[in-house]
Design a protein around this ligand. Structure first.
Ligand SMILES: [Zn+2]
Length: 286
């Protein structure tokens, strides 16, 4: 049986982030997982979900855990590979280490730059049942991670059930929960940057459309004024209207506010709007 598997091969695209999570978790576990109960829970999570297959980094952790257990004279036997036995969760931290083991042996997370997705692939039992996936789903719901479920019906994946998280916050919560705080923070940072960029783009788009609207309006005003000039009607209009018409023709790209301040004496912006409306309605009557 092939015990060593390259995790980068298994996951495909977006694996650089996944690999960095694994690289972060393995030494963290060795450093921080001090209680015997938590080490057992971690080992249990890894063995229960890996079914003997694990990547190189995780298998170094597995070896380390097994050696430590042997030294303590513990014999570790999993009685039922199709259920999660909660008797392994002794202290308040055991569940975290268990889930960390589950992730290391059968989980993967997408690169938050491209996609928010964390998934755990769970083998079905011999008769096609999904009891192990059901138990894990129940556990994830208890800690408010609310996984979704995918049951491939055909092909190589048909023997598995995939539980996955799609929401960015849930992916970050999961990573935090299993102790991958730095990668979780990195994911959060990427998300904030993305949101900021989207917001900046939205504002720019909004400004662009405002400018477009203003330019279109100015073009229409100028057409109207030209019509009034050609027909000779403008010459008969009062000084104020003629001044506004003249300034608009000479300054097609300035804003209404700027146009108002160019008048001698200056007038208000609403004064300009009022005069331009008068010019337009006069042009309409031609
Ligand atoms: Zn514990």
């Amino acid at each position: 049986m092939n015990l060593i598997m390259d995790k980068t091969e298994k996951i495909g695209t977006g694996d650089s982030f996944n690999l960095s999570v694994v690289k972060y978790l393995v030494p963290q576990c060795k450093k921080n997982c001090r209680s015997a109960c938590c080490r057992t829970a971690l080992l249990y999570g890894m063995l229960l979900f890996s079914r003997g297959r694990t990547d190189e980094l995780s298998s170094s952790l597995l070896d380390w855990l097994m050696t430590a257990a042997e030294k303590r004279g513990e014999v570790f036997v999993i009685e039922d590979f199709n259920r999660i036995d909660r008797r392994y969760f002794s202290c308040s931290e055991c569940g975290r280490y268990f889930l960390c083991g589950v992730f290391l042996s059968s989980g993967s997370v997408g690169d938050p730059k491209r996609d928010y997705r964390l998934e755990i692939t769970i083998p079905r039992d011999e008769d096609g049942g999904t009891a192990l996936a059901d138990d894990l789903e129940a556990y994830l719901r208890e800690i408010d991670l609310l996984p979704l479920r995918h049951k491939p019906s055909k092909g190589a994946g048909a023997k598995n059930t995939v539980l996955y998280l799609r929401q960015a916050e849930k992916v970050e919560d999961f990573l935090n929960y299993i102790g991958a705080s730095t990668p979780a923070f990195e994911a959060l940072n990427i998300r904030i940057h993305k949101q900021y960029r989207n917001e900046a783009n939205r504002i720019t788009n909004c400004e662009t459309s405002n400018i477009d609207r203003a330019v279109n309006a100015a073009q229409k005003q100028i057409r109207d004024i030209e019509l009034l000039m050609e027909s000779g009607k403008l010459a008969d209009m009062d000084d104020g209207l003629r001044q506004t018409a003249q300034l608009r023709i000479e300054n097609p790209f300035v804003s209404l506010q700027e146009l108002a301040s160019m008048h001698r004496p200056p007038i208000t912006k609403s004064g300009v709007v009022h005069r331009l409306r008068k010019l337009s309605s006069a042009a309409k009557e031609l």
